[in-house]
Design a protein around this ligand. Structure first.
Ligand code: DON
Length: 568
């Protein structure tokens, strides 16, 4: 066990003093939204309202999740989707749980080196344009959830999304900003330019975005079920557009796509039981391995945001991300050593290499298990209903607005999830992740994800439901938010808002949000960390619900974005 030094005990006090002195509102206590029965927290207010309305009309958390997901596909096209994929974690009121994996899948004609140019270097084809997409999973995933676990009618759950697409909604300032940021990519695709950029016009907050073509697609899905998307008119239009533009997805790829149920990954931190995402996400293994290294270390003694706490947690992050690059991939294709990576003896061995006074250079740190051992931009929402069912769902197009391609005649954006595969071992992807062979491209394989929908329980009752978008920063943001509640006693809104930090092994950089005091950064630098204040890069956005001992719900939308918590 690593004793934590006391010499930096003054730092959290100094940080708080600086926050008070300089008027930094992020460190002031913020209050969550409170409601006695049920709560919905999403990244977009219309979607939250749709979810709450479903719950009030007797739908359960799964119904509300399906309705909110379809609504987000209209109102938050940055990440909400029917052309992408994701994960839904459900914990039922009776304690059972399931994990619905509707991650995209590589098309049948995908090949290992398909994103390398003649000199063997990765191209941008895995990120932009028609060749970047995996077979979308969202509609099958939502149908599986609703048909097996929902109470309301499928068509009723899609109706609010149809209405939002047909009648339009005022574009929020955050969406104007993200559309402008992605303008050069969206402009290359005539349909994206027409639908989302009004043929190149200047966008302003408050103007209405109507999506009549998407409304028709959604209406057909409401009427004919997921079959419409995977075999019907929608499938046919999508497959012929793919063929026309050199994309890979065929009618057969769509027809054969299945969402699958997996056992949620389960673990513990002290007396807290945790359900989280199994492979093909790396998030759950990451969360549990990092918590394993932190438990009992005393890392928290000097307080949230102190140099000791950040240093130790960053070292833990660095070690997990080294393992991630080596061992993790789609469990249907590679043997993922989940149990070995979470084995307490292994976790202890890994922790014993942490030096409290010195950052371990990433170049000197490899994945921890001997190889061959054991035989080798997204959106999240959290929902709790009055019966006690909880849903944590994260789904994505990958990059903001996915591949920036909108399918003509169908009105929805396609994902660029193929970039989550290893295009070339050792070369960074969109998120700077260095990945390995376990995540190489193969037909029908699912790319490794970082999405980490998570539900924590105490005494057999769920008390924290959370998750986030943000690529690899998802895993560290979920970890930090959880620790802020479990170890630092923050209320859930403060826990979500608290300044975050992130380390992902390679590049060897410790990212700090700007609210982390310069004195703390200097102390971390002294210990050998290469510090970068995270400028435009937001270290994920967490949407969380806390359930208190009386069963009351507290919802926290991340102050970094324009989401909404609401309940009744
Ligand atoms: O599955 C993953 O890990 C990524 N495709 C998630 C992308 C993401 O979170 C982007 N969000 N800002």
């Amino acid at each position: 066990m690593m004793p934590i030094g006391r010499r930096t005990a003054l730092i959290p006090f100094l940080a708080l003093f600086a926050a008070w002195f300089f008027g930094d509102s992020s460190l002031r206590a913020a209050e969550p939204v409170r409601a006695p029965h049920a709560m919905v927290v999403t990244e977009e207010p219309h979607a939250t309202d749709v979810g709450v309305a479903v719950l009030k009309r007797g739908g359960n958390a799964i119904d509300a999740a399906v309705a909110a997901a379809f609504a987000l596909a209209v109102t938050h096209p940055f990440a909400g989707n029917i052309g992408g994929g994701g994960f839904m974690l459900i914990r039922f009121a009776d304690g059972r749980s399931t994990f619905i994996d509707f991650r995209e899948q590589a098309p049948a004609s995908a090949t290992r080196d398909m994103y390398l140019d003649a000199s063997g270097n990765p191209t941008r084809d895995s990120i932009d344009g028609w060749r970047a997409s995996g077979v979308p999973g969202t509609v099958r995933g939502l149908e599986l959830a609703q048909s097996k676990y929902g109470k309301r009618k499928w068509a009723d759950l899609i109706a609010p999304a149809v209405k939002l697409a047909r009648n339009g909604f005022p574009i929020p300032a955050t969406m104007v900003r993200s559309l402008n940021e992605e303008r050069s990519r969206l402009e290359k695709d005539p349909e994206s330019r027409r639908v989302f950029l009004e043929n190149g016009a200047d966008l302003h907050a408050g103007q209405r975005l109507k999506q009549p073509v998407l409304a028709q697609t959604l209406r057909r899905i409401a009427k004919n079920g997921a079959q419409e998307f995977y075999e019907g008119q929608t499938a046919q239009k999508l497959a012929s557009a793919m063929a026309e533009h050199g994309g890979l997805i065929t009618l057969e790829d769509l027809r054969s796509y299945r969402a699958v149920e997996r056992a949620a990954l389960a673990g513990h931190y002290r007396d807290i039981s945790i359900l989280t995402a199994p492979p093909p996400s790396s998030g759950g293994i990451g969360l549990l391995q990092m918590l394993g290294m932190l438990e009992g270390s005393g890392y928290q003694k000097t307080g949230a945001g102190s140099a000791d706490a950040i240093h130790y947690t960053a070292e833990v992050m660095r070690r997990f991300f080294a393992d991630r690059s080596q061992y993790l991939g789609d469990p249907d294709f590679v043997k993922v050593p989940t149990l070995d990576l979470l084995n307490p003896a292994y976790v202890e061995r890994r922790r014993s290499t942490i030096d409290m006074n010195r950052a371990t250079p990433s170049a000197a740190l490899n994945a921890g298990l001997p190889s061959g051992n054991e035989s080798s931009e997204t959106t999240h929402f959290s929902i709790v209903d009055a019966e006690g069912n909880a849903v944590a769902m994260t789904y994505t197009l990958n990059n903001g607005y996915g591949s920036a391609v909108t399918v003509p005649g169908l009105g929805f954006l396609l994902n660029d999830e193929m970039d989550d595969f290893t295009s070339k071992p050792g070369s960074p992807n969109l998120y700077g992740l260095i990945q390995g062979e376990a995540n190489a491209i193969l037909p029908h394989k699912r790319p490794l994800s970082a999405m980490t929908p998570t539900i924590a329980s105490r005494d057999g009752k769920p008390f924290l439901v959370l998750g986030a978008p943000g690529g690899p920063r998802i895993i560290t943001a979920v970890l930090e938010t959880f620790l802020n509640v479990a170890d630092f006693g923050m209320n859930v809104q403060d826990a979500v808002n608290a300044p975050r930090f992130h380390h992902q092994w390679m590049s060897d950089t410790l990212y700090l949000e700007k609210e982390i005091a310069p004195a703390v950064a200097a102390e971390l630098q002294q210990r050998g960390h290469r510090i970068e204040y995270s400028p435009g890069v937001v270290l994920a956005r967490v949407e969380a619900i806390l359930i208190d001992k009386k069963g009351h719900k507290e919802g926290a939308a991340d102050h970094r974005f324009s989401g909404k918590a609401a309940g009744y």
